[in-house]
Design a protein around this ligand. Structure first.
Ligand code: ATP
Length: 457
């Protein structure tokens, strides 16, 4: 993949990790994320996205789609439904095995997932929070049940999908036959998934309704290792290209006790934040497990015939599976900075160093004063031109310093200020967020200049 390195990337090795509460507060204050059903007390692990949040989500999704589907000739996209035939979840093993084992602390009443307990607490049956004794593990299935049909007694129990990727296996044969594509090829999807997580928390990190992105790449068994290595690197570089703190990204190889029985290897791409090194995306060796199981449970032959050699086989699969919401959260944690007062900004500022490609608002157009009609008319004219090309905001409330800080806090990479010189020579000030540098540009050059800065390359 040839993605342009982030030119605005910061040297931030010594920057402290950002407390999640700071990002939660900013998200609420500025309209990125709200607790769902807040007026009724909220629902744990479920969130809504506000005006800025929806723009950021759309940009994140678009960037993933662009780099996975649009840039790769051998990858196609689908959008499957949330509800499927219930047999899907028997075949996938979710009905039987998609469980969390939980223990409760008898003293502080905290609940812990057994697979998240540190080894020493597990051995000594001790709560990591208070040292209290833990209960025997109890098992909970994470699938969310629902019903199809209206007549009592004839309704069919099924599930809201627990992972989005099952649609890809279900549609694999249709995509193959309708697209005239041949192995090796991949199918991508972005979609909602639902899990009755027993320990939701850390804001968007572990939710009950969230969005996943998956690539399932179908290969001949002899080429499995080659493609596994290829996508592993590709996905790592993708994440690297959108963060500032490059040293906070790493691979973690799954140990033998974590690997599924069919998996030769698996890696998590992990990001380090205030909650430690945590999975951001999984790179999985799925072999022929999924298509074999669906062949077996559906009775449909999902094998593939090579056009040249006539060899018939069940394709093996490389999976890359990550989350839109974890990307959203990690990007905000990565981008958030509280800068102390300096020569350039006497009061200090909170700034989101979001990649210009991903920032919800690309440019804010600001008349220096709102009581000077010519400044306002010119600024509105510029805003009207720019908003056809990118998400642009017009703002004339408060003094110019305040307005810059408001835009810094929501991550807007550029502010265009219309001042008195504009009225003389048709130039404006373009102020850049990270370095707070200011240059002058002719109004006519602005669209080209900004489009170049804020679009994928
Ligand atoms: P974990 O071990 O953290 O429960 P997992 O291994 O079950 O995660 P996968 O089923 O592999 O996760 O899901 C793929 C991706 O979906 C994860 O890497 C993560 O980005 C995202 N994801 C999984 N569960 C959640 C959740 N409850 N909330 C938000 N995102 C999630």
């Amino acid at each position: 993949m040839t993605q342009t390195e982030d030119k605005t990337s910061l040297s931030t090795e010594d920057t402290p990790l950002v407390p999640i509460e700071k990002v939660v507060a900013l998200c609420k204050r500025r309209g990125y994320v709200y607790p769902n059903s807040e007026i009724y007390g909220g629902v744990s692990g479920i969130y809504d996205f506000g005006p800025l949040g929806v723009e950021l989500r759309n940009n994140i999704r678009r960037f993933w789609w662009w780099s996975m589907v649009q840039l790769n000739d051998n990858v196609l996209g689908i959008e499957g439904s949330i509800i499927t035939h219930p047999r899907v979840w028997e075949a996938s093993g979710h009905v039987e095995n998609f469980v969390d084992r939980l223990v409760d602390c008898k003293k502080c009443k905290r609940r812990h997932r057994v697979d998240h307990l540190p080894a020493e607490n597990l051995e000594q049956n001790k709560c990591p929070n208070c040292g209290g004794e833990l209960t025997e593990p109890r098992v909970f299935n994470l699938m969310m049940e629902t019903y199809i049909g209206v007549v009592e007694g004839e309704r069919m129990k099924t599930y809201l999908r627990g992972e989005a990727c099952q649609n890809i296996y279900l549609d694999y044969d249709n995509v193959l036959k309708s697209s005239r594509i041949q192995i090796p090829f991949g199918i991508c999807q972005i979609g909602k998934a639902f899990r009755n997580e027993v320990t939701p928390g850390n804001f968007l990190f572990r939710q009950r309704e969230f969005e996943q992105w998956d690539l399932q790449f179908f290969v001949h068994p002899s080429e499995m290792q080659k493609w596994f290595d290829y996508w592993k690197v590709y996905r790592f570089e993708w994440y690297r290209s959108i963060i500032n703190h490059k040293d906070r990204l790493r691979f973690r190889a799954h140990g033998p006790d974590e690997l599924a029985h069919y998996a030769k290897q698996a890696y998590d791409i992990e990001y380090k934040s205030i909650i430690g090194w945590q999975e951001w995306e999984g790179i999985h060796w799925r072999q022929d497990w999924d298509l074999s199981r669906h062949s077996q449970y559906s009775g449909q032959d999902l094998s593939y015939t090579d056009q040249e050699t006539k060899e018939r086989y069940i394709p093996w699969i490389v999976e890359t599976s990550g989350g839109v919401d974890r990307t959203f959260l990690n990007l905000l944690l990565d981008a958030y900075e509280e800068e102390p007062p300096s020569g350039k900004d006497k009061e200090g500022r909170t700034v989101l160093h979001l990649h210009p490609w991903l920032a919800p608002i690309k440019v804010a157009v600001l008349p220096l004063q709102k009581n000077k009609e010519e400044l306002v008319t010119t600024a509105k004219g510029i805003h009207n031109r720019l908003k056809r090309l990118m998400v642009a905001q017009y703002d004339d409330v408060a003094n110019i310093g305040r307005r810059y800080r408001r835009q810094d806090e929501i991550g807007t990479p550029f502010c265009v200020t219309v001042d008195f010189q504009t009225l003389e020579d048709q130039t404006v000030t373009v102020r850049e967020r990270d370095g707070m540098t200011q240059i002058r540009r002719a109004i006519d050059e602005l669209p080209g200049y900004l489009v170049e800065k804020v679009t994928w390359k």
